[in-house]
Ligand binder design. Structure first.
Ligand code: GN1
Ligand code: MG
Length: 368
């Protein structure tokens, strides 16, 4: 079945060996992802990751790929300068038969492929503080490698991705247009978002005033976007580079806390299970601050907790906006999925607000 879906796509890439098997990986909410297995003439197996780029979300895949190529080659150069072998530590794109790295199918949809990094784990759920510290180190190192990369030279793959003020307007528009007829069902959740309007715009304001520096950031720092080496448990490779763009270190810190330092999944239905896990937050902070304190300013580091609040509020609002728009953006497993996600994120947000001082204390302890 899978082979039938992909049989026109597979021959377009320079995969080595003979196709043997493919499985869909379903943890992403936007692109379609497949793990492919090929067999070489000597019997060795080679694995690849193939992705169908969601055209609704990424309007300009060639520009996104340009960013990814430039960023990965920069990181490789920096690793070599540090006498590190970049093998398995940086995503490696697979060329198409026609020369570049993107294949456009008959429907105009773009596809791309990477070498699959074996013996590495992408954690949808973080189980220990040791793992969370490594996730922090992975993203901290990623920012460090890109700290001398000219942010202004990158394309904005999704314009105003974390511009919470514009996102707030998009939310209000969705509420007014009410195209899916769901506005009446979400009064309580909407009120929660309206109440945080000012808070949500804080990072945008700090960037605009120059009080926070603009940096090259990952912008989607879920724990499963750092591969951990299965043998050593150490951070190995940062993946999902689609939204690497100019941004704030607070975005990367905040989104990682939102996802990895919650006691439950981002779409947990039973909200009584959802709290901020301070031990996980502390572990991430340790890894992230240790890796990045050489180039992030002290004032900037001390503002990191604001990122956790803003990103959790932003995701509540993005999920709710998509619910109101009829589930066009995020992949949903049921008609209520985006509403469930909204409620889960709002619950987490309230617990982050309750524990704000504790988060500040954690960061202050780590910042010398
Ligand atoms: C999307 O598809 P995935 O899981 O990499 C989204 C992120 C959200 C995340 C929430 C391009 O990421 O911004 O934080 O879902 N990516 C895009 O799970 O919008
Ligand atoms: Mg992503």
């Amino acid at each position: 079945m899978l082979y039938n879906d992909l049989k026109l796509i597979l021959p377009q890439f320079q995969f080595e060996g003979r196709f043997r098997n493919g499985v869909e990986l379903t943890s992403g909410n936007v692109n379609g992802t497949y793990r492919l297995e090929y067999v070489m003439p000597d019997g060795e197996h080679k694995l690849y990751t193939l992705q169908r780029i969601n055209p609704y979300v990424f309007k300009d895949a060639p520009k996104m790929m340009e960013n990814i190529l430039r960023v990965t080659s920069h990181i490789k150069d920096k690793m070599r300068e540090e006498n590190l072998d970049p093998d398995r530590k940086v995503l490696e794109l697979v060329r198409c038969k026609r020369g570049n790295y993107l294949f456009q199918d008959e429907e105009g949809v773009y596809w791309r492929a990477y070498g699959f990094i074996e013996n590495a784990d992408a954690l949808d759920k973080v189980h220990s503080v040791g793992q969370m510290e490594e996730v922090g180190r992975g993203f901290g190192d990623f920012q460090r490698y890109l700290s001398d990369f000219d942010a202004a030279s990158l394309h904005e793959t999704i314009p105003f991705f974390h511009h919470t003020t514009k996102r707030f307007y998009a939310f209000v528009r969705a509420l007014e247009e009410d195209i899916a007829g769901r506005a009446d069902l979400v009064e309580e959740e909407s009120d929660e978002i309206f109440a945080r309007r000012k808070m949500m715009g804080k990072i945008v304001k700090l960037l605009e005033s120059g009080a926070l520096p603009t940096r090259v950031t990952h912008n989607d720092t879920k724990a499963n976007n750092v591969l951990l080496d299965s043998k050593t448990g150490r951070a190995l490779c940062v993946i999902d580079l689609d939204t690497v763009m100019p941004g704030s270190s607070l975005y990367d810190y905040g989104d990682a806390i939102r996802y990895g330092a919650s006691t439950a999944a981002e779409d947990e239905e039973d909200v009584s299970l959802i709290r901020l896990n301070l031990a996980m937050a502390e572990a991430f902070t340790k890894g992230f601050v240790e890796a990045s304190s050489g180039f992030l300013g002290k004032d900037e580091l001390l503002m990191l907790p604001l990122g956790a609040k803003v990103m959790t509020a932003e995701l509540s609002m993005r999920f709710l906006t998509d619910y109101l728009n009829g589930d066009k953006y995020f992949r949903v497993r049921s008609p209520e999925h985006n509403l469930v996600r909204t409620r889960a994120q709002l619950t987490l947000l309230k617990d982050i607000e309750k524990n704000e001082q504790a988060l500040h204390d954690i960061v202050r302890k780590m910042v010398k």
